[in-house]
Write a protein that binds this ligand. Structure first.
Ligand code: CIZ
Length: 319
């Protein structure tokens, strides 16, 4: 059941939903929404998915405006793929700590240290960093993209845990950047083992941004879109999920007959496993974005072509 939160539209959720629907028609806007967004935001979405799915969708949106309910690197990717549209990020502060862990200068230096390596960059990265990369990937296609590179060495950034996940599955030498996602980095092996004791018959699915020992202990290591697909396919009734709360809430709504437990055990787990950048966007932000059209994404012309090339490489390989 949806609850109005402190920063939800003050007139209440149902009235806000009606206003959003009317404004979407009036402004000819299409709402893309990431799997980690709050449930009430998902209710106004035209498409929900992971970065790969949303990038593919962004390319063909016919509407004048794209309102991207997610974080900055996602809205930037949508703008790269569909430059004639007004792409709006409803909350300008919605960034990504993982993306911020690598900048263009440090990547240039890293590349100079490994001149034979191709560069595969996780989509959680800035346009500047994408422009210096050979190909972009998401967690659902990272291995495929690395394998498609025409070199035995691949620089992989910025997530070291995803790099370790791929490294164990490819014969290529994966050279990791040492970044990590603060939400996924908090999961520990001991936490997972205790969670298993509490829910012994649960199928354990964790995200590849979790530390390697947590990945090893899990039954499945999957991206968010793969988790959604796997739960539909698997017979288990109970699941322990190691990722951001938005995905767990989505699973609970989609499968009310099953139980989904967060791997994270702390009492305030909802907060600990909720990405503050993802959760800054509420219905009030979407309403404001539709009313004002502010916070449109702009991309410097010199970055556009090389960053787009790297993103398109992902879309070709991931097809
Ligand atoms: O690709 C994405 O959207 C991210 C960042 C994670 C995932 O597993 O979906």
């Amino acid at each position: 059941m949806l609850q109005a939160t402190a920063h939800d539209a003050p007139e209440g959720i149902e009235a806000a939903l009606t206003r959003v629907a009317a404004l979407k028609r009036e402004k000819d806007a299409f709402l893309l929404c990431h799997n980690y967004q709050a449930q009430e935001v998902k209710r106004v979405a035209d498409a929900i998915g992971d970065s790969f799915q949303l990038s593919a969708r962004a390319r063909t949106v016919p509407s004048k405006w794209i309102v991207f309910c997610g974080v900055r690197f996602m809205a930037e990717t949508a703008k790269l793929l569909n430059p004639s549209k007004r792409v709006i990020l409803p909350e300008s502060k919605a960034g990504c700590d993982l993306a911020d862990s690598i900048g263009p200068e440090s990547l240039r230096k890293f590349k100079a240290e490994h001149p034979r390596a191709r560069v595969v960059m996780y989509i959680n990265s800035s346009v500047e960093v994408k422009a210096l990369s050979d190909a972009i990937c998401t967690s659902s296609n990272a291995l495929k993209v690395v394998e498609a590179m025409d070199s035995d060495e691949v620089i992989f950034g910025p997530d070291r845990n995803l790099a370790a996940h791929i490294s164990g599955r490819t014969s290529k030498r994966v050279i990791p950047w040492a970044g990590s996602c603060p939400i996924h980095e908090v999961f520990t092996l001991q936490m997972l083992q205790r969670a298993r004791k509490n829910v012994p018959d649960a199928c354990v699915i964790v995200h590849p941004e979790c530390p390697p020992d947590v990945q090893e202990e899990a039954d499945e290591v999957l991206s968010t879109s793969q988790m959604l697909e796997a739960v539909g396919r698997l017979k288990a009734r109970r699941f322990l999920i190691g990722t951001e709360m938005g995905l767990i809430e989505q699973l609970r709504e989609l499968h009310p007959d099953r139980e989904f437990w967060p791997v994270y055990e702390h009492k305030s787990c909802d907060e600990a496993c909720a990405c503050p950048h993802m959760k800054i966007t509420g219905l009030h932000s979407v309403l404001r974005a539709l009313q004002t059209g502010e916070e449109a994404i702009e991309i410097a012309e010199k970055l556009r072509a090389p960053a787009l090339r790297a993103v398109e490489r992902m879309l070709e390989i991931g097809k």
